[in-house]
Design a protein around this ligand. Structure first.
Ligand SMILES: CC(C)(COP(=O)(O)OP(=O)(O)OC[C@H]1O[C@@H](n2cnc3c(N)ncnc32)[C@H](O)[C@@H]1OP(=O)(O)O)[C@@H](O)C(=O)NCCC(=O)NCCS
Length: 184
């Protein structure tokens, strides 16, 4: 649906679930993504969740498979819309570790930012990221996000406490960045 130079953002299909299962059961990927402590997941449960959602029919929400080199490599999404303040949270996980640190995530984030501001008229995007997740912070900063707050020693992750950083990006800031640089 949305084509970049390195990645394509498209609908998540049932055929993606086997790769998604590998990502969900990878301790490294789960810890990098933050959130709840990692727990195992079976293919049956993953498929059951998918089937429940698709049985509702209609359209997918603003959540995308990330495809690169013809392979499903992860997911990204907008969630927690606040219609009054016109804000939305943004999230991404590249589950295929061989694609980390090569600019694929950064491009997917840029495409999703553009979709949020241009297609959905979001005014501000924000996110949480763990203090030790420097790779993600650098990728977000490169896309224009700035640190807006830091909750010190706020989360427990992989045997230690970590800071929880809030980052944000305003639509106006994105528009001025885009005016200075080529399309994402
Ligand atoms: C976070 C994520 C989307 C970033 O995408 P990516 O394609 O890996 O990132 P990019 O290659 O665009 O940029 C990574 C940046 O981190 C740097 N980097 C790479 N590995 C690093 C490491 N181990 N430690 C610190 N920085 C690192 C790169 O040099 C680059 O920064 P620079 O351009 O300023 O030099 C992706 O790594 C991912 O999905 N990781 C697992 C899940 C996750 O962390 N999700 C985010 C939760 S908030």
């Amino acid at each position: 649906m949305i084509q970049g130079k390195l990645v394509r953002l498209r609908s998540i299909s049932r055929a993606d679930l086997e790769r998604q299962l590998e990502f969900n059961n990878s301790l490294e990927v789960e810890l990098a993504g933050g959130g709840d402590p990692p727990t195992p997941q079976s293919l049956e449960r993953l498929q059951a969740d998918y089937d429940l959602e698709s049985a509702k029919g209609g359209r997918d929400g603003p959540s995308f498979a990330i495809e690169a080199d013809g392979k499903f490599i992860g997911q990204c999404a907008l969630f927690n819309f606040n219609q009054v303040a016109q804000t939305s949270e943004i999230g991404i996980t590249i589950g295929d570790k061989s694609y980390w640190g090569r600019g694929f995530g950064r491009e997917a984030i840029r495409l999703l930012i553009d979709y949020a501001f241009v297609q959905r008229n979001v005014r501000k995007l924000w996110l949480h990221v763990h203090g030790r997740n420097l790779r993600a912070q650098r990728a977000y900063s490169a896309c224009g996000f700035v640190e807006e707050g830091r909750l010190r020693a706020h989360v427990w992750s992989d045997g230690d406490y970590d800071d929880l950083i809030i980052m944000g990006l305003l639509a106006d800031e994105w528009k001025s960045t885009k005016a200075e640089s080529p399309k994402p």
